[in-house]
Design a protein around this ligand. Structure first.
Ligand code: PMP
Length: 417
């Protein structure tokens, strides 16, 4: 039979394919936090499209909205033309997200990936300030095109290419607990002989997803934000992975009391897994000229439709943040128990972006493989793939979340045995 036949992928798909190598099956369908393969096996999803599926697969409200739009011959491909779908998204984003948080930002739709949004933000910061240097941080991940890649820490992704225009500084915690890298950055920026050029922007994730679930402390982020202001640099928060509720609030920086100049978002913005990305621009900095930063796919109208439904379903009424917090607490408690079995392991992350650093990529990989064999899709992150990364949909039913965490626990126990 052809069930789960993978031969064409091996024969024809470029060696660039990645995730599929660990989860070596052929998926057919998914609903909520469950995925199904061609052989009819079910998997609990702790990968959630790498945080592109914060509301799970095929959310009924979004699906209904999308099917209605398509059924009515709704505009599908819109370049950046005005459309009713885009208007509904902008109105909803303004009333549900921006206004209640007192954010005056404008919205720039970019090409449809997180990388595109980061590129646009870096480019705008350079235009606004007339400077070139961007400060980024160790273990940061911002994308794979040459500008965003320069800001990405991963040597594996950097491929030894001659990338330029970025100065990398230790992220919070990177130098150990008793040394503050914000103080180091302050010193570098104050010293004309440091070799660090005046920055156009400081670019950071408040929780580094790919870098190993490194969560910055609020105080550190505030000090970095103050440095950006003091030195005339724009503060760019990359909320591509940590945004859309992943850390507990819609924006990851909300508990930190800072207002970034620019925010890059993508992944779970459409809520349905459709490609969509944007940059939030403080009005002081909206210096783009029309069509200066183009992109054919800046307007995925289907994504606007599901994104609007996502905001109306999950963010219009209070309560979702409490739901996320309950799941985050459950995840934390479980990971603590699992961590006790792995000597020296460290709990990482924040909200529904937590994991366990087991200090060994081999061990973490074996755990993921065993977990997968037992019906759990879970990935690793970190410079050595040494962090087990729990990225379940934010609305995963509590019993299913428990079940997934139990599979993970058993996989750790049995891998170590
Ligand atoms: N920034 C962050 C923080 C990310 O996690 C990612 C993707 N993992 C990106 C940017 C790039 O997004 P994309 O893969 O959609 O280009």
């Amino acid at each position: 039979t052809n069930t789960n036949d993978r031969s064409v992928f091996l024969r024809r798909e470029s060696a660039a394919r990645g995730y599929c190598r660990r989860f070596d099956t052929v998926f057919t369908s998914a609903r909520g936090s469950l995925m199904r393969d061609e052989a009819g096996r079910e998997y609990i999803d702790f990968l959630a499209g790498c945080a592109a599926l914060n509301y799970g697969h095929n959310d009924p409200a979004m699906r209904e909205a999308l099917l209605a739009h398509i059924g009515a011959d709704g505009l599908a491909m819109g370049l950046d033309l005005h459309s009713t779908a885009k208007r509904a998204f902008l109105d909803t984003f303004e009333s549900v997200i921006l206004k209640p948080r007192g954010l005056p930002h404008r919205v720039q739709f970019t090409g449809p990936t997180g990388t595109n949004a980061v590129e646009a933000a870096m480019k705008l910061a350079r235009k606004v300030t007339g400077r070139h240097n961007i400060i980024a941080f160790t273990n940061g991940y911002h994308g794979v095109t040459l500008g965003a890649l320069a800001a990405t820490g991963s040597a594996y992704n950097r491929m030894g290419l001659p990338l330029s225009g970025v100065t990398r500084v230790p992220f919070d915690g990177y130098m150990g607990s008793d040394m503050d890298s914000a103080a180091l950055l302050a010193r570098l920026l104050d010293d004309p002989s440091s070799g660090v050029d005046a920055p156009a922007a400081i670019l950071l994730e408040t929780v580094q997803g790919e870098g190993g679930l490194n969560a910055a402390s609020p105080g550190w982020v505030q000090r970095i934000a103050a440095l950006a202001r003091q030195h005339g640099a724009l503060l760019i928060v990359d909320d591509v992975q940590a945004g859309c509720g992943r850390t507990g609030s819609f924006f990851s920086f909300e508990p930190m009391g800072i207002v970034p100049d620019l925010v890059a978002m993508s992944k779970s913005l459409s809520g349905f897994g459709l490609p969509m990305a944007l940059v939030l621009i403080h009005p002081d900095h909206d210096q783009w000229r029309p069509a200066e930063h183009n992109g054919t796919f800046r307007g995925n109208t289907h994504a606007f439709v599901t994104a609007t439904a996502a905001l109306q379903t999950y963010w219009r009424e209070p309560g979702f943040e409490a739901e996320i917090a309950r799941r985050a607490a459950l995840t934390h408690a479980h990971l603590e128990r699992i961590g006790r079995e792995v000597p020296g392991s460290v709990l990482k992350g924040r909200g529904m972006m937590q994991g366990l650093d087991v200090h060994s990529g081999d061990l973490a990989g074996q755990v993921c493989s065993l977990a997968f064999a037992r019906g759990l899709v879970i990935e690793t992150s970190g410079a050595h793939d040494q962090v087990l990364k729990v990225l379940a949909p934010l609305n995963t039913p509590l019993p299913l979340l428990e079940q997934g965490l139990s599979i993970l626990h058993g996989a750790v126990t049995d891998t170590l045995a």
